[in-house]
Design a protein around this ligand. Structure first.
Ligand SMILES: *Cc1c(COP(=O)(O)O)cnc(C)c1O
Length: 399
């Protein structure tokens, strides 16, 4: 017999480290497509998608089939062995990115940790003092010590010191400030292609191209964190293709295997020269189960028709959100984002709207206190958007 939500919540309160602040009082049981179902049988339209992870929704048949088949064949072997699924996944990502080498880890933080190591090791080949890494205020790069130091939000760092040295912060979209901080001691500039957790801020105008030019001027590497914005979410396979720039290193995770834990960094062949056997590694990273899943996701998302769908449905959704902004001008300050990474900034805290939507069977979330964030599965249809927009309309009306 299934346990009730109350029973599960009670167990959790007793035994699970209480680190998740805004947990909703719901235990999810299963999902199908864009819908998820809680332990008491209630249905929700899921426009959070495991925070940009379930890019193909829930129970996508080709993904279920590949994971089931691989689980039966072999879940894991160590990286002392080669596997076809790992070599395939790396080859696909290298071809799609135009970069030179891929490395698989288990999460976004680990992917970024690897990218930071790559940049430091590369710079140190020519100058041991070339170690400055510049990141953005309001960025989010993960929870390990180096990545929470890279994260330009001091509250994530509180109580964790001493932090790794060599990180400086600038305001995202302020190119003058960035230039004023750079010198030939700058090892890398690390940015999210579109800021996600920090309130959904896309780059303005030619900002990323100008960042690329500054990196070239000072011999610094450009690291783009596409853990959230990549994997087709912005309407191109890599978000940087939307903005016409090429990083030296890009990181992926969340959507990469459609829900199976994985992370990756890709780098140019030039940067890859910094790594020699023994310099980096992981037990689980890029294991057969994760790579079998990643292969299906990569193959599906890289199809031109799939990416065209993302662009189309994103334009439809954004139009509806902008119509709500026009309807509630006092309440909605701005709609922004790129593709299916969309934010609606409110003039008030967003939690009541998130709670109201959830009570009415629609899952969204809120970041930075007042930015409603939409990172749905990429397979959503117009009727899913209509359901969510109707719930949101009602919620905003009640505020
Ligand atoms: C979620 C996220 C991370 C961290 O990923 P984890 O898998 O939670 O470690 C890093 N960067 C960005 C941009 C993210 O959105």
């Amino acid at each position: 017999m299934k346990e009730t939500t109350q029973e599960i919540l009670q167990k959790d309160a007793k035994d699970y480290l209480p680190v998740y602040g805004g947990r909703y009082g719901i235990a999810l049981d299963h999902g199908k497509g864009v819908k998820v179902y809680d332990n008491d049988g209630k249905e929700y339209v899921d426009f959070l998608g495991g925070i940009a992870v379930n890019v193909l929704g829930h129970g996508y048949p080709a993904l279920v089939e590949a994971v089931s088949r691989q689980a039966a064949q072999m879940i894991h072997c160590s990286n002392l062995f080669y596997t076809r699924v790992q070599a395939d996944a790396a080859a696909k990502l290298v071809a799609l990115s135009g970069l030179g080498k891929a490395f698989f880890a288990n999460s976004g933080a680990e992917a970024n940790e690897g990218a930071i190591k790559a940049a430091r090791k590369y710079a140190h080949m020519t100058d041991p003092d070339k170690s400055q890494i510049i990141t953005a205020w309001n960025s989010f790069h993960g929870r390990t010590l180096a990545t929470l130091t890279a994260t330009g939000q001091p509250h994530y760092q509180e109580g964790c010191g001493p932090l790794p040295a060599g990180f400086d912060y600038v305001h995202y979209n302020d190119i003058e400030e960035l230039e004023s901080m750079m010198s030939d001691k700058t090892c890398a500039v690390m940015l999210e292609t579109v800021q996600g957790e920090g309130g959904v801020y896309p780059p303005k105008g030619d900002y990323l191209k100008q960042v690329r030019a500054l990196c070239d001027k000072y011999g610094a590497l450009l690291i783009l964190d596409e853990v959230q914005a990549g994997m087709g979410r912005c309407g191109t396979f890599f978000a940087y293709d939307t903005y016409g720039v090429k990083p030296d290193i890009v990181t992926l995770a969340k959507g990469l295997a459609g829900g199976v834990p994985i992370g990756a960094f890709l780098c140019t062949d030039e940067v890859a020269k910094a790594f020699h056997p023994g310099d980096h590694g992981t037990t689980f990273g890029g294991n057969p189960l994760a790579c079998a899943a990643a292969n299906v996701v990569i193959d599906t998302i890289s199809q031109p028709d799939f990416l065209a769908h993302v662009k189309e449905i994103a334009a439809y959704f954004r139009g509806k959100l902008e119509a709500l902004a026009a309807k509630y001008p006092e309440l909605v300050k701005e709609v922004r984002g790129q593709g299916l990474l969309l934010g609606m900034e409110l003039a008030k805290p967003g939690t009541p709207a998130v709670d109201d939507c959830r009570a009415n069977g629609v899952i969204i979330n809120c970041t930075m206190g007042n930015v409603l964030r939409f990172v749905p599965p990429l397979i959503i249809t117009e009727s899913d958007v209509d359901t969510v927009v109707a719930a949101l309309d009602a919620a905003l009306g009640r505020m």
